[in-house]
Design a protein around this ligand. Structure first.
Ligand code: ATP
Ligand code: MG
Length: 402
């Protein structure tokens, strides 16, 4: 994700009257394209629900118009976080007429420095070639401002003229790169196992970026972990809301399961067995919500419970796909994304997670399924799971979350 907030303001056009939105990968979609576009349009309208403005959808672009100029940066920032938007520009809109474009271009441009003009001509009714139009506009600008100099490769500013099929041209200097990916909600639903650590919020972000609607489950080990640990998870949900709206969080009591494991099973298998319970409960909740997959923040080899054997023993509890989008990332790479999406500072608050409460000195690194099954034979698995599922609480930061 690149949100070049540093670009906001810097090259912004004064008094711009429209925000031009460019779609990301949607151009790859054939017959389904309009379906993806309608989901994106719905998400954009939701992101802009706090602003008075018009949203106009057209072929391969969308536009936001009639907004309060004082809100431009805030609107731009909100749009930059909508998955499916590749980039946007703050622009001036004018009926396509080359003489009028020339006048406007010279009026709004700086009067000194190096520049280039780039024309994108989608409007077939304009017969001149793009390069000729660019030369024409550039020549006019030079005639009005002798302090300007053309440099196609190294310039202080680039004046873009996008001549669209709707008979209008959009004139802008900036291109703000946005969240990219596919429209949120276009890629099915999945249940995220959200721990409150650094990794799982990043996993949520990466799957949401591919269009997957996210539900979340947190295993809460009260009284071994307390209110601040739970608050941390809720704050992560709030922070993720900027990109992933309306995540519904299920808070599942987990202490009774850990106590049962602790009392009946060898300590080195405590984490392996706890993970298998998490997976089973996650699966039940996933199916209840119509989710087609589970998401975790596991990264291969990061800790004992994330070796190939550990992952396999946990994975065998699930009969739907388990997505692990961080599996090949280093911790530094994960942290970099966590910082970009602003969950990092919440995740590092020093409150114990449920696994820390019963952390063995030497957790098994290469667990076997046979042993896990043998130890689970000492537990009343169904009763433990039923209690957890029956006593869960649901948290949503928006009232109408579904
Ligand atoms: P993080 O906690 O940030 O995910 P981690 O390195 O602490 O990273 P582990 O504690 O080993 O990872 O957990 C691996 C994965 O198991 C987590 O990414 C998460 O998907 C799931 N998980 C762990 N603890 C919990 C929990 N308390 N509630 C829900 N899911 C959990
Ligand atoms: Mg963790």
């Amino acid at each position: 994700m690149v949100i070049r907030t540093d670009e906001l303001g810097a090259n912004n056009l004064n008094n711009c009257d429209v925000i031009v939105i460019r779609y990301g990968e949607l151009f790859l979609k054939g017959a389904n394209r309009s379906w993806f576009e309608s989901i994106l349009a719905k998400n954009i309208k939701y992101a802009l629900k706090d602003f008075k403005c018009d949203f106009i959808k057209s072929r391969s672009r969308a536009y936001v118009e009639n907004f309060d100029a004082a809100c431009i940066d805030e609107i731009t920032l909100r749009l930059a976080k909508v998955f499916g938007i590749h980039s946007l520009s703050t622009a001036k809109k004018i009926k396509t007429n080359i003489d009028e474009i020339k006048q406007l271009a010279s009026q709004i441009s700086p009067k000194t420095g190096t520049f280039r003009v780039t024309v994108n001509r989608v409007d077939n009714s304009v017969k001149q070639r793009s390069m000729d139009i660019a030369a024409d506009i550039g020549g006019f600008m030079l005639s009005k401002a002798p302090g300007l100099k053309v440099n196609l490769f190294r310039h202080d500013f680039e004046l873009n003229v996008d001549m669209r099929e709707n008979g209008y041209s959009y004139i802008f200097y900036n291109k703000i790169y946005c969240a990219g990916g596919l429209p949120y909600g276009s890629g099915g639903k999945a249940m995220l196992l959200l721990s409150g650590g650094i990794d799982s919020p990043v996993a949520a972000y990466m799957m949401a970026k591919r269009g997957v609607k996210i539900f979340a489950t947190h295993f809460f080990s009260y009284p071994y972990t307390g209110e601040p640990a739970l608050q941390k998870v809720k704050d992560i949900i709030k922070q993720l809301d900027h990109f992933i709206p309306n995540i519904q969080l299920q808070i599942v009591p987990f202490a009774h399961i850990q106590e049962a494991i602790d009392a009946n099973c060898p300590v080195e298998y405590a984490i392996t067995l706890a993970r298998r319970f998490m997976m089973r409960i996650g699966l039940i909740l996933a199916k209840k919500r119509g989710c087609g997959a589970i998401i975790t923040g596991e990264s291969l080899g990061q800790v004992a419970s994330q070796t190939m054997e550990s992952i396999n023993v946990t994975n065998l509890c699930a009969d739907i796909p388990v997505f692990r989008p961080l599996i090949g990332l280093d911790k530094e790479e994960i942290i970099e994304i966590a910082q970009k999406i602003n969950t990092f500072n919440i995740s590092i608050r020093p409150y114990a997670d449920c696994c820390t409460a019963f952390l063995p000195d030497k957790p098994v690194i290469h667990p076997s399924l046979e042993k896990a099954l043998e130890y689970e034979g000492k537990l009343d698995i169904n009763a433990l799971i039923d209690k957890a599922v029956n006593e869960l609480e649901v948290f949503s930061i928006h009232k109408n979350s579904c």
